[in-house]
Design a protein around this ligand. Structure first.
Ligand SMILES: [Zn+2]
Length: 363
């Protein structure tokens, strides 16, 4: 918990309702049928109509709530376009429906649109034997490996087919909406090319999952790219975001709007650096990824969360490997064990303490 953050809105808008952040900037909330039970979406008013930022999960309930918002809060104006911050299903799930409903174009970054198209295709199947190998190397439990097909099934069930065309957004692009300029700022690590929208004049930052006040966004290596280093991307993005103005009201996709961008970024950088140090110290005893999970996750993990937790732990180990801070060797069964070769780490491990904070949910 970061006490430096301030939350100017005491309660979120109810289903089908809106909260006015500023004139022409509305906050909408949709429910999610999972441990993380909500997503925040935003509406930006332009002269000719409204822009939607993120769309919610596929499903009748989300659509019905969108219709209530359209009927009650748009002042008779149409939806004229939409942005999706990134390719995860709670963000792109209704983009296809909304695009058809309003004949409105979708704006996304190149990386997010194409990854979203791949994972949301019906029958999109993950890499099975490669996936088996990936999780076996991590030392995953046999019952986890048995259900590997389930974990590799993509997210077509949660997403309406995406619009068949899109408009590309690049970092630095500007959009004048309602007389003020929104600037595209791109982050990496949680997803390939995550779009945030900064308005310097209004002092607002729509941050998606790139910066969330109370949830540490999942940074995972996935079986599709086993040697990926998304944590390096994540840390680089956070350091770069420290150059953005600190006095913006951050409008995140989860939790509630907050002030304290720089404090949150610094906290998240420190959080991952601390996890890296704790994992490195744990590797004084040669360890598998599965054995390392309790070093960074204290809570009991269900099957869904185990996939994210393994991915996140592997992200930290890949970072440490590339930095030369650990080595990895397969044992006779092909399970990798990580070792920290630096004797100074062993000395540090005897006395170091770590913050070991634990978020209740992962996103
Ligand atoms: Zn996400």
């Amino acid at each position: 918990m970061n006490k430096a953050l301030q939350y100017p809105f005491s309660a979120p808008p109810g289903p089908g309702s809106v909260t006015t952040i500023q004139p022409g900037v509305l906050w909408v909330r949709m429910t999610l049928p999972m441990k993380l039970d909500h997503i925040n979406l935003y509406l930006l008013e332009d002269d000719a109509g409204w822009w939607i930022v993120d769309t919610g999960l596929r499903g009748e309930e989300t659509r019905a709530n969108w219709e209530r918002v359209f009927a009650g809060h748009l002042g008779g104006k149409p939806v004229i376009g939409m942005f999706c911050t990134h390719c995860h299903p709670d963000h792109i799930g209704q983009a296809g429906w909304l695009s058809e409903r309003w004949k409105a174009p979708l704006w996304m970054t190149h990386g997010e649109y194409y990854v979203g198209r791949v994972f949301s295709q019906t029958g999109a199947e993950g890499p099975f034997w490669e996936g088996m190998d990936f999780y076996r190397r991590a030392g995953a439990a046999p019952e986890f490996l048995e259900n590997i097909r389930l974990r590799m099934s993509g997210f077509s069930g949660m997403v309406e087919p995406l619009p068949r065309s899109f408009h590309r957004v690049r970092g630095g692009d500007g959009f004048v909406i309602g007389g003020s300029r929104w600037e595209a700022v791109v982050g990496h690590g949680h997803s390939p090319e995550h779009l945030c929208l900064l308005n310097r004049e209004r002092r607002l930052l729509i941050s998606g999952d790139q910066v969330i006040p109370l949830i540490t966004s999942n940074v995972s290596v996935m079986a599709i790219e086993p040697e990926g280093d998304p944590l390096a991307d994540w840390l680089e993005s956070h350091r770069r975001f420290l150059e953005l103005p600190d006095d913006v009201l951050v409008l995140p996709a989860h939790n509630t709007p907050f002030y304290g961008l720089h404090a949150r970024l610094r906290y998240l950088i420190a959080h991952h650096e601390d996890h890296l140090a704790a994992l490195e110290e744990a590797c004084v005893t040669p360890s598998t990824v599965r054995e390392l999970l309790p070093v960074i996750f204290r809570r009991t993990l269900d099957a869904e969360q185990t996939t994210l937790a393994l991915g996140e732990c592997i992200a930290h180990m890949n970072f440490l490997l590339r930095a030369g801070r650990v080595r990895s060797e397969p044992d006779a069964g092909g399970v990798h064990r990580y070792t920290a070769p630096d004797p100074a780490v062993a000395a540090r491990a005897r006395t170091a303490t770590h913050q070991r904070d634990d978020d209740p949910v992962m996103v």
